[in-house]
Design a protein around this ligand. Structure first.
Ligand SMILES: [Fe+2]
Length: 177
């Protein structure tokens, strides 16, 4: 038994997978980031957005949520700083990112109203790191944002002084050293 890969016209097996809702989000974000003229900003935009997206899906699964919620967490993570990188002249990047995500997710027609609300609220509140709003999904996005900074280089131990990083590192039992 194994995965049955379809063959292409040369009778060669090719890797195949269905596109997911997350692919729609990645395509949208990639298309926008591709146009960023500053190479350093572009690199940071990709690394941080994908990093937080993946940290968010890891935390969602680790905390016992299902795969749909992990996908939504990844989407919120991908979008959370979108306006910071793509929209000039905004000092309100969390709220602007949430607005842009909301209109994109609605446009796809692939998300329920409740899902859009969950995702966009996670984005909207992610900058309030010191506020505990008792919404587990929002905490995933805040913690993933903090964790990604630490994971870029665990030798930068000053990140552990941030309470969210410290708490999440302890939760994941990464602090054995
Ligand atoms: Fe961030």
């Amino acid at each position: 038994m194994g995965i049955d890969y379809p063959e292409d016209e040369n009778n060669e097996q090719t890797y195949f997978r269905y596109l997911t809702r997350l692919d729609l989000v990645r395509d949208y974000i990639d298309d926008k980031y591709k146009t960023l003229p500053d190479e350093e900003l572009k690199r940071n935009a990709y690394v941080h957005s994908y990093g937080v997206g993946q940290a968010a899906s890891l935390l969602a699964l680790f905390r016992g949520f299902d795969e749909e919620t992990a996908e939504m967490a990844c989407i919120a993570g991908m979008f959370h700083d979108f306006a910071k990188y793509y929209v000039e002249d905004t000092d309100d990047h969390a709220h602007v990112s949430a607005k842009i995500a909301e209109s994109f997710l609605k446009e796809t027609g692939d998300f329920s109203e409740e899902e859009i609300k969950t995702i966009t609220e996670g984005i909207y509140h992610h900058s309030d790191k010191m506020v505990d709003d008792n919404v587990p999904f929002n905490d995933i996005i805040k913690d993933a944002d903090a964790l990604q900074h630490y994971l870029r280089n665990p030798m930068e131990k000053y990140w552990l002084e941030k309470s969210r990083v410290k708490k999440t590192v302890e939760e994941l039992k990464l602090n054995k050293h």
